[in-house]
Design a protein around this ligand. Sequence first.
Ligand code: NAD
Length: 428
Amino acid sequence: MHSKSFNAFEMAQAQFDRVADLLDLDQGTRDLLRNPLREYHFSIPVHMDDGSFKVFRGFRVQHNDSRGPGKGGIRFHPAETVDTVRALAMWMTWKCAVVEIPLGGSKGGVICDPHHLSAREQEQICRGWVRQVARNVGPYWDVPAPDVMTSAQHMLWMLDEFEIIEGRKSPGFITGKPVGMGGSLGRKEATGYGVVYTLREALKELNLKPENTQASVQGFGNVAQYAIELYQHIGGNVVCVSCWDQTDKTSYSYRKKSGINLQELMGITDRFGGINKARAKELGYEVLPGDAWIEQDVDILIPSAIENQITKDNVNKISKRVRVIAEGANGPTTPDADKVLHERGVFVIPDFLANAGGVTCSYFEQVQSNMNYFWERDDVLSRLDVKMTSAFIGVSELARQRKLYMRDAAYVISVSRVAQACHERGWV
Ligand code: NAD
């Protein structure tokens, strides 16, 4: 998933410490916010299709729930670590606070590779995960959701297991459910579209017209595909995408200088966001090394794959033309690379603001599930646009007024809101 020296939690704590200094936070609040409130580590035994038993490690980390029930996805990944889950739980706290939804930050994970698991084995992992934490999660305490390599189907298995344990229907337990089974229209588009709502506002601030811009995107999964769809819809041109190749166990970039054809590429992409290399070549795409996406001569970079992708080793390969980086992924930029981007004056839309569309729509899903009344897709997406745009404007105004880097401004807003909730509850 990333180099051995990289630790996402250390990075999240370093980012927090910097803001704690900016805000001159007292020691008690720092101690409370730089670590999770609670975490659960457990084993999930699974009876495999070949008759053997295999034990998978699972986690749930609840970073802070002072502003409302915890919220955060469950990732299935062979290189998952508890520190990655801790970092992501912390980022969820800041994410919910920056878009001002009444939720806290959690995250979960299972060390496993769904590429090599049958549907039945994956169902067992989902049900086993719920059995281990059912007492510590729930609609009024901590609400899971899909994330990397987990889907609406996984969420439905988890909901079903939770309802069996609880002995009652409880649709608010989990979000990202299939539409028609308590899911919200617009959820699959929400994160990618949210990235582009904030990107659109950033371009306005920089007096750039989307139709005069080009972008390069890392990743070709849920976030990337919908970000590309909306960016192209507002006139932008994506010239390069990159993704992981499961067969070769490496990543490749796919470039078409005239601009990629989204539907064509989606037609040759598997459900994990992996593009078929041979078919892409036939369709006229140049197949380049995995990190070529970062070197493209474009105005906008949209890292939407995994963490730790813009580092001190490659940050100087970014073209001088790049004006905006919209972080679709969580934690794509390391602090040392971030410093370089800041010095260069690149307009960075930080991850927990740019990709907050997913959790905002999950919040809408909970609201709809609780009312048992579901909104039209356009209604969901226009409410999402309002939330994302107003969060972006709040952050960029603070950045301008206090001459702060966008990431610092977003952190100042989020950490202040969470610290205030902790103080008001009498926690510190
Ligand atoms: P996904 O599994 O649908 O897609 C991930 C994509 O990244 C795939 O195309 C994969 O091939 C590619 N990828 C993986 N490793 C790569 C590498 N080393 N180099 C290049 N490409 C690589 O995942 P997603 O849901 O699109 O999530 C992407 C990122 O966005 C993650 O960081 C996730 O935590 C974050 N995020 C997702 C959501 C959401 O709603 N899906 C919300 C907020 C944040």
